[in-house]
Design a protein around this ligand. Structure first.
Ligand SMILES: *Cc1c(COP(=O)(O)O)cnc(C)c1O
Length: 457
């Protein structure tokens, strides 16, 4: 009966009231962040950058963490998010597979990012912080944090990667509309920004550079901290609400997915949809979990598992993760949110443990998938999301070849209404595929040769 529904909706009172922390269930514990000498850092080492209440969450191994009431009440502006059955896409593909997508594009900022931006702003405010600095690639994180800071009542300043600042002027206006300051990175406002501009005046910028700038400004002031939109454990924790809701939604219709798919930039939307299902997998469920990334920035598929810094200037501790090297400047593909050199330590770790698989996809296949999605389901996806769609289509085609009625769950991480330049370029035949050449990867990795090695690497 329930499987005929086009969308499965939860009531507000059915919304999860706790986040799920995968650290409680890992068969092998996550290697800790370390300093250059390989010794684990202490919570105090992070205290200038993050408020202590979030540092505690970052290090927690508690399975369930309560979502504060005020955070819940703000998340309810758009949550629970609908789980859609992509019936018209299934029909176009002629597949026996059932395709479901969790629509995170319904948030005010248009992506999953407010799921963590709201709690991060809230915990900072609780700790007495008045000002948050951050970086943004395509602008989704910057706009999510700008909105959240406004709703919670603190100030926000965003360093936006130059290439996106120029390609995506409307995101910048969204940030300003929500009262935040938005600056192109590298900028002249910070020492690291000035140094990079001298060395490379025409650089398109990178998330690694923008993070260095934002941290530099955060540590200078007592009432200021830094917020990161992905990668860190507490971000994965906040995003777990996506998968927890999806589990309840599948329960309602008496189904369970065979495959879970998410695109991975820093890993947060992928972790959000998949970690509650990985918990089931650790406890014996047979389920396939796939992270997808661009061929131009193939962190999980080509980057080695190493200790590397989250930023260019080595201001963050070393994290055990798949990385293309902290100095890596990715090519200017339109999926700006997937242009990051590293990957969440938790996502890297579950990959090391064989709990997930990863694939790298060419840009044009992703745009074709995005068009087919828009032509059948109506919604125009973000270029990042199109990577999850393209992988979903591959799986649906495989199900057709094998004659299997597989249940596929994809995270629809955000809409593409602020990313139309990419669509314009694709529709006018200006986009081509670009796989990262091995020489460039080797050059970039030379800089991390002397870093300590994580266990199991
Ligand atoms: C930021 C973003 C991503 C990539 O970031 P993750 O941390 O890997 O989720 C993917 N999709 C959308 C729509 C985004 O805004």
């Amino acid at each position: 009966m329930g499987t005929d529904l086009t969308k499965i909706i939860l009531d507000e009172h059915e919304m999860p009231r706790q986040w799920y922390n995968i650290q409680a269930d890992l068969p092998v514990p996550l290697p800790p962040p370390v300093g250059m000498d390989g010794t684990p850092i202490s919570p105090d080492d992070l205290a200038q950058v993050f408020p202590m209440n979030l540092i505690e969450q970052e290090m927690s191994t508690e399975r369930w963490i309560d979502i504060p009431e005020e955070v819940l009440s703000i998340l309810k502006l758009w949550r629970p998010s609908p789980l859609y059955r992509a019936k018209r896409l299934e029909k176009a593909l002629g597949t026996p597979a059932k395709i479901f997508y969790k629509n995170e594009g319904v948030s005010p900022a248009g992506s999953h990012k407010p799921n963590t931006a709201v709690p991060q702003a809230w915990y900072n405010k609780q700790f007495g912080i008045k000002y948050l600095t951050t970086e943004t690639g395509a602008g989704q994180w910057g706009s999510a944090l700008a909105m959240s800071c406004k709703l919670i009542g603190i100030e926000c300043k965003v360093f936006m990667v130059r290439i996106s600042f120029d390609q995506k002027p409307f995101r910048k206006i969204m940030m300003k509309t929500w009262g935040a300051e938005c600056i192109a990175s590298p900028s002249r406002e910070t020492a690291i920004g000035r140094r990079i501009l001298e060395e490379m005046p025409d650089t398109p910028g990178s998330l690694g550079i923008a993070i260095s700038e934002a941290i530099e400004q955060a540590v200078e002031r007592e009432d200021t901290r830094y917020a990161l939109g992905s990668v860190l454990n507490h971000v994965m924790l906040h995003q777990s609400i996506i998968g927890l809701e999806a589990q309840k939604q599948f329960e309602k219709i008496g189904l369970y997915p065979d495959v879970v798919i998410g695109c991975a930039g820093g890993g947060s939307n992928f972790a959000g949809i998949s970690f509650p299902f990985i918990c089931d997998k650790i406890h014996g469920k047979d389920i396939q979990i796939i992270a997808t990334e661009p061929e131009a920035c193939p962190t999980l598929t080509k980057g080695p598992y190493i200790y590397d810094s989250g930023d260019v200037a080595l201001m963050t501790p070393l994290l055990a993760m798949h990385s293309l090297g902290h100095g890596f400047i990715p090519p200017a593909i339109h999926a700006g949110g997937l242009r990051y050199h590293g990957m969440a330590p938790l996502v890297s770790h579950v990959k090391q443990l064989g709990l997930i698989e990863a694939t790298a996809l060419p840009q044009t296949e992703c745009y074709e998938a995005a068009l087919l999605f828009a032509h059948t389901e109506g919604f125009i996806p973000a270029p990042e999301t199109s990577h999850a769609i393209a992988q979903t289509i591959r799986e649906a085609k495989k199900a057709k070849e094998e004659g299997k009625e597989r249940v596929i769950l994809m995270n629809w991480s955000g809409h593409g209404l602020m990313d139309l330049q990419g669509y314009d370029a694709f529709l006018s035949g200006k986009l081509s595929d670009y796989a990262l050449p091995d020489e460039l990867l080797q050059q970039s990795l030379a800089a991390v040769r002397n870093h300590p090695k994580p266990p199991g690497a």
